[in-house]
Design a protein around this ligand. Structure first.
Ligand SMILES: Nc1ncnc2c1ncn2[C@@H]1O[C@H](COP(=O)(O)OP(=O)(O)OP(=O)(O)O)[C@@H](O)[C@H]1O
Ligand SMILES: [Mg+2]
Length: 389
């Protein structure tokens, strides 16, 4: 349970996989005075894990190697500008003595932070929990601006899902210049494979390459599923008194992951697919959506649903045959399982909860709607996994 943590962000470097590009982007900003960072991506891609391990990095400057000084805070619904900064300024040891008494402004924060001389990361995670377009957002944007203008030693790292970031960056044109926007895409199969390897190494266990490939491809870039599937597969291997994970362990892990999924995920699936008619298409169209080619923020077009739909149905299916289903998925009747944006005839869709997408695929395998071989062929077709390891 320590090696595989489907429910908790990583906080130790030795279990952290991949993400070199994003780490380098943050470090570059750290070395540029006046530059700050916003780290954004879909829910569950690993934003908090990256923010956590930034504090664990050893960085070499000249002849000195040392831990990066950093402080961090997780926003909650109740937080406002003052409560976020009370916490951070205290942790940095630079809180003004009359902190409780004053109504903290961005200028007060900048002034207090002037006492910090060493390059230091200040991480504000879960900015999406704050009310969008709230005063707090505006004040945070002002803080970025004033820290940047005064070339503070502090590098702010604001972390959140994409929509919240637009709100933050949109405040002033000049915050846009002061903020490097670092996108956290879904993880590649190679990065996900590293999660499997690092966890198994801690347990002195091994895995057959084909079994590992199944886990990393079925995870659809979401590390939660890599942790979950490997955890179940490992438990099964241990129950059989083996120290290597085999193909059959993965097969049973798929069933387990589908059965033991969170109630909220299962009920979202039920709501989206239920029908009084036995031959309804909803389950199949949702599965095709889960397998459709997506961009870095999880969006796909109706056209991208065609190929997987044809694979599931065993014959060509064109958009008019499932347009009504897509529409309903993006409505309250089916629990808004998809979010729709763009204009008529050029709509883009995405799973409102990205965690549902791999679940839909696992469920389709269990229900016999599609085989893993077919899924792999679709993944290769859409160029998701060029090396097809
Ligand atoms: N680089 C990584 N290496 C290994 N495991 C990871 C990595 N990144 C994320 N994970 C795992 O993926 C899951 C989700 O990670 P995390 O909580 O960091 O995502 P998040 O983007 O902050 O999610 P949310 O949007 O819900 O805040 C956790 O189980 C975590 O352990
Ligand atoms: Mg997080």
């Amino acid at each position: 349970m320590r090696a595989f943590t489907p429910g908790a962000a990583i906080d130790k470097l030795d279990l952290f996989a991949g993400r070199l590009d994003q780490i380098m982007d943050v470090l570059r900003a750290l070395d540029q005075r006046g530059q700050h960072v916003v780290l954004y991506g879909e829910r569950g891609v690993g934003k908090t894990s990256l923010a956590n391990v930034l504090a664990e990095l050893n960085v070499t400057r000249g002849t000195q190697t040392a831990r990066l000084p950093s402080v961090s805070v997780n926003c909650s619904k109740k937080d406002d500008f003052a409560s976020i900064w009370y916490h951070l300024l205290r942790d940095l040891g630079v809180a003004p003595s009359n902190l409780e008494a004053i109504d903290l402004t961005p200028e007060d924060v900048r002034h207090a932070l002037d006492a910090v001389k060493e390059p230091t990361l200040v991480i504000i995670d879960e900015v999406d929990r704050l009310d969008n377009a709230s005063e707090t957002h505006m004040l945070l944007a002002d803080t970025v601006k004033t820290l940047s203008d005064h070339s503070s030693a502090i590098t702010l790292v604001l972390v959140g899902v994409a929509d919240s970031v637009e709100g933050l960056v949109g405040e002033h044109p000049s915050t846009e210049r002061a903020l490097s926007q670092v996108l956290m895409p879904r993880m590649s199969p190679v990065e996900l494979g590293e999660i499997v390897d690092k966890g198994l190494a801690q347990m002195h266990m091994g895995i057959a390459p084909a079994a590992k490939a199944r886990i990393t491809h079925l995870s659809e870039g979401l590390p939660h599923y890599t942790h979950l599937l490997t955890l179940f597969a490992v438990q099964r291997a241990i129950a059989d008194d083996r120290d290597d994970v085999q193909d059959t362990d993965v097969t049973s892990a798929i069933t387990m992951a589908e059965k033991k999924a969170q109630h909220t995920i299962k009920s979202a699936y039920q709501r989206a697919t239920r029908s009084t008619r036995p031959k309804s298409l909803f389950e199949r169209v949702l599965t095709a959506c889960a397998l459709a080619d997506k961009d870095d923020l999880g969006y796909f077009s109706a056209g991208a649903v065609r190929e997987p739909m044809a694979a599931i149905m065993g014959k060509p299916y064109d958009i008019p045959a499932f347009a009504r289903h897509l529409n309903e998925f993006a409505s309250a009747v089916r629990g808004d399982v998809l979010t729709r944006s763009g204009q008529s005839r050029r709509y883009f869709y995405r799973f409102d909860n990205p965690m549902l997408q791999p679940y839909v695929i696992l469920k389709a395998i269990s229900n016999g709607l599609i085989t893993e071989g077919q899924i792999r062929r679709l993944q290769i077709q859409r160029g998701a996994f060029p090396s097809a390891s």
